[in-house]
Design a protein around this ligand. Sequence first.
Ligand SMILES: [Mg+2]
Length: 173
Amino acid sequence: MVGEGRQLTLIQPDLCVNGVWDVDLGKLREAGITDILIDIDNTIAPWGGYEIPPAVVDWLERAKSLGFGVCLLSNNFASRVEHFSRRLGVPAVCGWVKPWPWGFRRALSVLGVEPGRAVMIGDQLFTDVAGAKRLGLMTILVDPLSERESVYTRFKRRIERLMGRKRPGERMP
Ligand SMILES: [Mg+2]
C-alpha cells in the first residue's frame, strides 16, 4: 500500500553513522545544509550524564567555526537542556517537542532556516528521524552513546529492531 510505503520511508534516515564525529561537515555543506538540529540524550551525551565526549565537543566546535547554525532539540527538561546549551554556547528548544512538527518548526525558526537547508541528527527513529523527515529535513541517525536508557526508550528500541534497525556494530561499512 502506498500509505505503508510512506510510513516506512519516514523512519529511513538519509545516513547512519557511529557518532556525530563521523558526520562529514564538508559533505553537509555540499548538500546545501547550513544548519544543524541535534538531539542531546545518547547523541551528544550519555543518557542521564552531563559529560560530553571530547570527540563530540570537537565536532560541534568545528561545525560552529565553519558557520553552521546549531540548535539543540530535546524532549528532556529545561534545567538539563540549559546545561548543554550553556556548555556548548548554542540555543536549545526543549519540552515535549519531538516528534511533533511544532518542536522542529520552533528550532528552525530559532535558527532562521528553511527545512530543506537543515539536518536533524539523533539516535531515535521515531522521535528524531520520523519527526524531521515529515517536515522535509535531512536526517542522520547515530548509534546511542550509551546502553543506559529510560524504560520507555528501551521499549521503542525493540520496535526499532522489528522495523529493521541494526544494532551498533552490525552495520556494513
Ligand atoms: Mg536521544
